[in-house]
Design a protein around this ligand. Sequence first.
Ligand code: DQQ
Length: 488
Amino acid sequence: MTLQPSHDPFADPLHPIYHFAPPANWLNDPNGLIHWQGKYHLFYQHNPAEAVWGPMHWGHAVSPDLVHWQHLPIALSPTPDGPDKDGAWSGCAVDDGGTPTLVYTGVFPESVNLATSADPDLRTWTKFEGNPVIARPPEGLTLSGFRDPCVWREGGEWRMVIGAGERDNPEANTPGKGMVLLYRSPDLRTWEYLHPLCERVFNPAETLPTGMMWECPSFFPLDGKWVLLVAAHLNLPVSLTVGFLGEYRDGKFTPGAPFKVDYGDRLFYAPQTFLDASGRRLMFGWLYEGRTVRAHRAAGWAGVMSLPRLLSLRPDGRMGCEPAPETAALRSRLLLELQDTDLGEENLLEGIAGTALEIELEVEPGSAAALHLQICTASDGSEQTRLAYHFTESRLVIDTTHASLDPEAAGALKEAPLGKPAGEPLHLRAFLDRSVLEVFADGWACLTTRLYPTKPTSTGLNLFARGGKAKVHSLKVWEMGSAFNPEA
Ligand code: DQQ
């Protein structure tokens, strides 16, 4: 039975309007991303009955342009007595010689399963009668998890990685580690385990500890390198998405140093990537909520999808990550445009207000020590979200600890070290969508956060510099429109 909240979540002033969200209740990981017959399909982990995680279904939506969405009926539900009786967990979609095929996790126990569709619009799915196609982890491994297949075509066969991990074992003196396991198959139905594609010991003393269980791996080539993204958890203070750039040869991946895919940590989690028809590598991630479970239940919704992000390999060796160009189609009105303007103590955004905005800014430090962008500022100053960029230390900081008077939404301080040489201009794009804030800096650094202002007047904006004058090359502010287009 599907329970719906008695009110429309889209009428809630904290519910996003231009980020994808389900009709109601709970969303987590993006699943089965595929560009099929000219349309973008987004599946997602969904509990249609409540605004909390629970028995997982695959929600489904379609878009003609990657940013405007139409909700479709649920694609996968648990089958009583089937290998997914307790939930259809995360997985991917592939084109099996013209047959759209979902490769997903069934629980419990964790297993790999298939479903295919004969519809051009992918509305209905038939589970493979031979499910599960992998019933258990490989012999000899004692895993803390075995889930979230990511499948690709390589050398005339299918390859797959599965997220896994090993807990530490003090008796055997073996440390815990995150792992992804590599498999191959001629037909998606029979699979041979090869070896771990990548594993990494969890060391809590490291600058970026990577946990004892890697969920939702995404493994793909990017402009000559290979990228492994994993949702790292177990024994971390907070889960986070970690990336590795490296070399892949003869079934072995040699990763470089781990990096944060988003400096909002858990607030951008379990991303999935896919190639569209033009060969672009696009990524969506789950934006977790920043308030209590009680608040989720009261709101009747929880979990939002990120904007589509376009990945690239940059000349400086970093993974580039920017909003897909299609996000420009979400702009409804240009509210402000300035060029070559000094930025000092005076607020350049005086008179501009809103809660669904894109702000794009290119600024040179000049003599300033820091740039401050304050959003969702209440008229009495009692609520405010604060973004600051410190020019000399090259640090981007977002502070949501004053964003809300609601005790159920404590806020957090998140920081991205941009590592820029002194004097270089900063390029920022900030997407505010009511309770969502996604910030993109210099074409690679992403920082996602959530904010829950309570006051109708918490719509004000301030932009100023401290410690001297910065030079704004360009500043644009747009009001954004809805992602839900009935024409889609
Ligand atoms: N969410 C899914 C799992 C996955 C986790 C269950 C990551 O398949 O490991 O909802 O958020």
